[in-house]
Design a protein around this ligand. Structure first.
Ligand code: CDP
Length: 204
């Protein structure tokens, strides 16, 4: 069976950065599952039917730059609450996890629902204030006009939607290793993740 790393956590905790670096380090394929929800959310904003889009979505549709916008993130959080949308996206994610070279998937429910048998589960988190500061910096670097308090409020609102939804809410799997990035630099967070995964490989 291929080696699978499941990485979950709230918005802007650093899981995407950690996931990409870990995939590069171990030569694993990487899927940012948030892009699937963003793609469905954007399509809904453009008048399409969420479930029909989710059923037909394929990975070649995930390169649209619009998927990285705040509007796409908010639309994603809304469609992510629909059980039928989540259901329609399961097969694509599980298929990806079977890549022969192994895979890293990051999202909200990878360790709990999509890949409950993953070889390693990481839950990456940080305080809401630090996550909002990171998101604020990202947005201002992209040239967006925003203020910190609004970004913080959006981070908190999205946390609430993710944690309180009935289907596959954001949660750490009971066997996940916790990685708190509140006071870690990117390279420190990546180094910790790599060492957790190396340990898990030795223990297999
Ligand atoms: O990086 P950021 O947290 O801003 O966004 P993302 O990971 O691209 O996810 C966008 C939204 O999609 C999240 O707020 C979740 O509501 C949803 N999502 C989910 O429900 N399950 C996943 N596996 C991935 C994302």
């Amino acid at each position: 069976m291929a080696f699978v790393v499941a990485i979950d956590g709230p918005a802007a905790a650093g899981k995407g950065t950690v996931a990409r670096a870990v995939a590069g380090h171990f030569g694993l394929s990487y899927l940012d599952t948030g892009l699937l929800y963003r793609a469905v959310g954007l399509a809904v904003n453009r008048g399409k039917d969420a479930i029909a889009v989710a059923q037909k979505l394929d990975l070649s549709q995930l390169n649209d730059r619009e998927l990285r916008t705040q509007a796409a993130a908010e639309a994603a959080s809304k469609v992510a609450c629909e059980p039928d949308v989540r259901e329609a996206l399961i097969a694509t994610q599980r298929e990806f996890a079977q890549r022969r070279n192994g895979a890293v998937l990051d999202g909200r429910d990878i360790g709990t629902v999509i890949c409950p048998n993953a070889n390693v589960k990481l839950y990456v988190f940080a305080s809401p204030e630090v996550r909002a500061a990171r998101r604020y910096n990202e947005l201002t670097m992209q040239g967006s006009e925003c203020d910190y308090q609004t970004v913080l409020k959006k981070v908190q609102d999205r946390d609430a939607l993710d944690e309180e939804r009935a289907t596959a809410p954001l949660a750490a799997a009971v066997d996940a290793k916790m990685l708190d990035t509140t006071s870690l630099k990117i390279d420190e967070a990546v180094a910790r993740a790599i060492s957790i995964i190396e340990q898990a490989r030795r223990d297999q």
